[in-house]
Design a protein around this ligand. Structure first.
Ligand code: NAD
Length: 481
């Protein structure tokens, strides 16, 4: 495809609650990618030299401009992504706060001084930016997951090009207008486009030093293939199949509420959604009944409606994939206690009823593959050792949750579970200072915390001999005593 043909491609943006088209925007062409990378490269030469306190002030400015435009951004985000307003209020707040957090962390230190090998020498480690960073973002948290990359990358002195998902580009474009464009020109750019075109053009560009992706395992693997021969730094936040273990001691009503939140927020379209649930055998039937009763009361609807608990899924194709997994499990012997269908009273919008499945097992795709929908499959366990074994029996290792107040079980769980984040009694709550990311096939690298800043800094060791004298270990060897 020639660049001129690519310029002609557009992206239709759909409201998933109504199926109406919100906008149609141009996709960035190969020419635009080239121009943007060159602009980012030029901007980098001055941005990397901006004093840290000045950079911090500019990032705080991004945060306050984001908050100031909050109402408009939240509405737009709800329209293009679908989740209810309270969830988007949280996303916006977290986005702004991430810029404030990295504004301060970025000016805190620039490396470390290390003990020299000789008293006349001085050794230190410098943390330096890489250059241009491509931030490739998914649709489920378009602002937040963008901020987790952009804020630390900028704080470290890099310049960035953001490629939002083709499904949700509008809020990011608007955020550029209300906040990013006040930064020096070229420091932040937004290039909406298709993954295989705009995305890949960024990934293979020789002047893009770091690729930071949040997305699916398949796309992460594709980027790894493209990055390997070019020796590019990759930062990958990929999929998950997070388990929740219900402890034998826990209050069931509390566990039902915690599980419903962690599995159904954003209609289950969260990388750390609870997608597998393990319940003590003796409490299994009662727990299933209580959960089914609870989720049947949750209200599906347009995210703009204040009564809505659960919004639509992002597109029909994603809903069909979820329904396929549910129906296949049922055909293999799973029992449907709630949901498992498109709501009959909502013919428009990509809604799917919150679903509770019992009698599932690890031969079913619903318990092995990422579902990314509002489905809670429950499996019984006999003892805690079995619960931990089942929790670890998956290729992913993003997050894991335990509901328990038994300190011995809690300790065993956080020590033995293979997951980048372990939540005890409060699933899915993040902390700016706490690194977020996955083990096993869930990715490489971490976002948030000091670790999230380190991802965008390369280290340089400086060895300085202050005395500048001739060394007795230099040539000629024959003169040595
Ligand atoms: P996706 O992998 O389809 O797309 C993610 C981004 O990659 C989009 O911007 C897309 O355009 C781009 N892309 C696609 N193909 C590309 C290519 N060949 N080259 C360059 N870029 C390309 O994922 P999605 O459907 O947008 O998001 C859902 C997935 O993201 C789920 O698997 C979910 O688990 C994962 N996710 C992970 C985290 C995390 O922090 N680990 C957070 C949210 C979502």
């Amino acid at each position: 495809m020639s660049p001129s043909q690519q310029t002609a491609r557009t992206i239709p943006v759909i409201n998933p609650a109504t199926e109406e088209q919100l906008a149609e925007i141009p996709a960035a062409s190969a020419d635009q990618v080239e121009r943007s990378v060159q602009a980012a490269r030029r901007a980098y030469e001055s941005w990397r030299r901006v004093p840290a306190t000045e950079r911090a002030a500019l990032l705080h400015e991004v945060a306050s401009r984001t908050r100031a435009a909050g109402e408009e951004l939240i509405r737009l985000l709800t329209q293009e992504e679908g989740k209810p307003v309270p969830e988007n209020e949280e996303e916006l707040l977290w986005t702004a706060n991430t810029f404030d957090y990295y504004a301060e962390l970025g000016r805190h230190e620039r490396g470390r001084v290390i003990p020299p090998g000789d008293p006349g020498q001085f050794n230190f480690v410098l943390k330096e930016p890489y250059g241009v960073v491509a931030c490739i973002v998914p649709w489920n948290y378009p602002l937040l997951l963008m901020a987790w990359k952009v804020a630390p990358a900028l704080a470290a002195g890099n310049t960035v090009i953001i490629k939002p998902s083709k499904l949700t580009p509008l809020t990011t474009l608007r955020l550029f207008e209300v906040a990013f464009q006040y930064l020096p020109e070229g420091v932040v750019q937004v290039l909406p486009g298709y993954g295989t075109e705009t995305g890949e053009a960024l990934v293979v560009h020789p002047d893009v030093a770091v690729i930071a992706l949040t997305g699916s395992l398949a796309v992460g693997q594709r980027l790894a293939e493209l990055a390997a021969p070019r020796m590019k730094k990759l930062h990958l936040e990929l999929g998950g199949k997070d388990p929740m273990v219900i402890g034998p001691d826990v209050d069931l009503e509390l566990a039902v509420k915690a599980l419903a939140y962690s599995g159904l927020i954003n209609a289950g379209q969260v990388c750390t959604s609870t997608e597998r649930v393990y319940v003590p055998r003796g409490r299994y039937a009662a727990f299933g009944d209580m959960l089914a009763e609870y989720v049947r009361e949750l209200r599906l609807g347009d995210g703009l409606d204040p009564q809505t608990d659960i919004g639509p899924m992002i597109r029909d194709a994603f809903r069909s994939k979820v329904d396929d997994q549910v129906q296949e499990a049922v055909s293999q012997g799973a029992r449907l206690l709630a949901g498992g269908r498109r709501p009959p009273d909502r013919p428009r919008g990509y809604f799917y009823e919150p679903t509770v499945l019992m009698d599932v097992n690890h031969q079913m795709r619903i318990m092995t593959e990422e579902t990314f929908g509002p489905v809670l499959p429950l499996m019984p366990y006999t003892d805690f050792e079995e619960a931990i074994r089942l929790a670890n029996d998956n290729q992913y290792g993003l997050g894991a949750s335990l509901m328990s107040n038994d300190a011995r079980l809690v300790k065993r769980f956080f020590e033995e579970v293979h997951a980048g984040t372990v939540w005890i009694n409060d699933p899915l709550t993040d902390n700016y200072a706490g690194p977020f990311g996955g083990m096993k096939m869930s990715g490489q690298g971490r976002e948030l915390g000091q670790e999230g800043l380190d991802e965008f800094q390369q280290v340089k060791h400086v060895h300085w001999d202050i005395e500048a004298g001739v060394k007795d270990y230099w040539y000629p060897y024959g003169d040595r005593d």
